[in-house]
Write a protein that binds this ligand. Structure first.
Ligand code: N01
Length: 535
């Protein structure tokens, strides 16, 4: 039950894909007094902040949007196979307009703390504008990749040039003309941004710690025929996205590597390479679970890197990959490996020659000093738990979220944390989130949370929180699901929290696939929410 003396029935933190749809679901479908608090000056979340050159989604555009509304799907037209950041931001602004969301979003306001008042059964939410707002339900829609990881390299404060993290990019862009740029990091972001920076910089040095696979994206403009065919087949695409394990618009092939001859296998990989995109990993069903099968794909990509990169020194550094393909998030690219054929692009192997310090004029490794005007940190995020911990949440009995998660995140279904009544986390730890096409995972969570709140109201339930035992059992299931795949075999993966010093090493997202996860969540709701305590 919502309290009439509270400022709001529901406060939602974050105006990205998740927060925007949650506002619509609670305000327009349930009639709640709901509001979003957003640190940025506009909607977009991840796509508001990540404006780095080359920023583009790895999911195909027709699958990277809201599916809850046919009207939104029919009205919007994507221009390219993969949407670039400005187009996604335009799309989210279009959705905000069509759903009339802005009137209930407080922009330029950052949540600095949230405290649960057991007696009043209310959350008190503090903001950097000095306000404290009370609400019955608090919903964190802060995204999984919004707490930047800026590595603690000695000397950064001495650097006299400019430096940027890719996820906090100046709105007007950065002019690299005539500049010597150093880029640290070769994850999905680094692989997207290096070719774009190289286009305008005088010189680019890429500092690579872990070599990475990448498959060509094969981006292209979309034509009228595609858009027409898509609009005529919306139910088909909706069904496809909801029935594939990662929420992508392609199915996992029903064959194993060993089912085909070597010649057939080569042909399959060549065709997938020519087609491009994330579906490369779906051509055999055992690539994600069997090391030997995986090695055939890994070897194929390594050979492609060596074929593409003409300088054998650079080719060796780039192809010296130490983990199975897809066991870290597999990037896709537009001319990433080709970029190293430019005379004005260099590559430093940090495994062989680590960074010692940042100096006033550049980066010094154990081997050399690189003079730089700009340093770009493409160094990723304190993923999934980082953005939630940054909210400074205190639950029942004064327990902080940081204390509750000292040994790693505990959550039931990635949706609720024991000791934090009426707090919901969209795409929280223990849910499929980053292992999937995010808007599909987000829609499922938003709809489940709205359904749960509707059920609480119908049944006059004042508070609901995850049960300790249910969270414990779910944690074991999350672990088991990960252990059935190659994902936890990479010790330096951010899926395990290994990129953040001191972060507990726990496999964070749920690897059991979206359809299975959706069925579990639906079953819990249908049974009257076992695993949650209510009062
Ligand atoms: O971050 P990352 P990202 N010294 O953590 C290196 C999503 N995304 O921003 O591997 C030197 O993957 C680090 O090295 P290592 C997507 O889910 C989506 O690229 O830890 N190097 C690595 O190379 C993705 O997975 C899209 O050894 C250091 C890099 O920095 C997620 O965001 C586009 C270092 C970080 O890679 C994160 O990707 C882009 C140090 N101290 C991103 N610290 C879409 O298309 C870190 N590194 C939707």
């Amino acid at each position: 039950m919502a309290r009439r003396d509270a400022d709001f029935d529901a406060l939602i933190v974050g105006a990205g894909f998740a927060g925007m749809y949650q506002l619509h679901a609670l305000r327009d479908r349930l009639g709640l007094r709901a509001q979003v608090i957003e640190a940025g000056s506009g909607v977009g979340g991840t796509w508001y902040w990540n404006r780095y050159p080359g920023a583009r989604c790895d999911t195909e555009s027709h699958a990277y949007c809201y599916y809850f509304s046919d009207a939104l799907l029919e009205e919007w037209e994507w221009s390219e196979r993969y949407p670039a950041q400005p187009e996604i931001l335009r799309y989210l602004n279009f959705a905000a307009d069509r759903l009339d969301l802005r009137r209930d979003i407080r922009f330029d306001t950052r949540v600095t703390g949230a405290r649960y008042d057991t007696e009043a059964n209310l959350w008190h939410v503090e903001t950097d504008t000095g306000e404290t707002l009370s609400t019955t339900w608090l919903i964190a829609a802060v995204g999984c990749l919004s707490a930047a990881n800026i590595p603690d390299i000695p000397g950064l404060e001495r650097f006299e040039g400019a430096w940027y993290h890719t996820s906090d990019w100046p709105e007007g862009g950065v002019d690299f003309t005539g500049k010597r740029v150093g880029q640290i990091g070769t994850g999905s972001t680094g692989i997207q941004t290096a070719p774009a920076i190289a286009e305008t910089a005088a010189h680019l040095t890429v500092f690579q710690r872990t070599a990475n696979y990448s498959v060509p994206a094969r981006n292209r403009p979309l034509d009228e025929d595609f858009t027409q065919a898509f609009r005529e087949n919306i139910p088909h695409y909706r069904d496809l996205l909801r029935s594939t394990p990662n929420g992508h618009p392609f199915r996992l092939a029903d064959r194993k590597v060993a089912d085909v001859t070597e010649e057939e296998r080569r042909k399959i990989y060549e065709e997938a390479w020519a087609k491009g995109g994330l579906q490369f990993r779906a051509v055999f069903k055992d690539l994600g679970v069997d090391r030997e099968a995986n090695a055939t794909a890994s070897d194929f990509i390594k050979a492609k890197i060596r074929e593409t990169v003409t300088d054998p020194r650079k080719a060796n550094i780039l192809a010296n990959i130490d983990h199975p393909y897809g066991a870290k998030r597999p990037p896709i690219d537009t001319h990433y490996f080709e970029t190293f054929n430019r005379a004005d692009v260099d590559l430093v192997d940090l495994r062989a020659t680590p960074i010692v310090e940042i100096t006033a004029t550049g980066i010094r490794t154990t081997e050399a000093t690189y003079d730089l005007d700009v340093i770009v940190f493409a160094t990723g995020f304190d993923a999934i738990t980082g953005p939630l911990l940054k909210l400074n949440i205190t639950g029942a009995g004064g327990l902080t979220l940081a204390e509750a998660w000292q040994a790693g995140p505990r959550s039931f279904l990635g949706l609720q944390v024991p000791g934090f009544p009426n707090l919901f986390t969209i795409t929280g730890p223990g849910s499929p989130s980053v292992l999937t096409n995010m808007p599909v995972a987000i829609e499922q969570h938003v709809e489940w949370i709205a359904g749960c709140i509707a059920w609480m109201r119908e049944n006059a339930i004042a508070a609901m929180e995850a049960d300790e035992d249910a969270a414990e059992a779910w944690g074991r299931h999350v672990n088991d699901a990960a252990n059935a795949t190659l994902l936890p075999t990479v010790p330096h993966s951010w899926y395990l929290g290994a990129n953040i010093p001191g972060k507990p090493r726990v496999f964070i997202p749920y690897a059991g696939g979206l359809p299975r996860y959706r069925a579990i969540c639906e079953d819990v709701a249908a049974q009257g929410y076992p695993g949650f305590r209510t009062k």
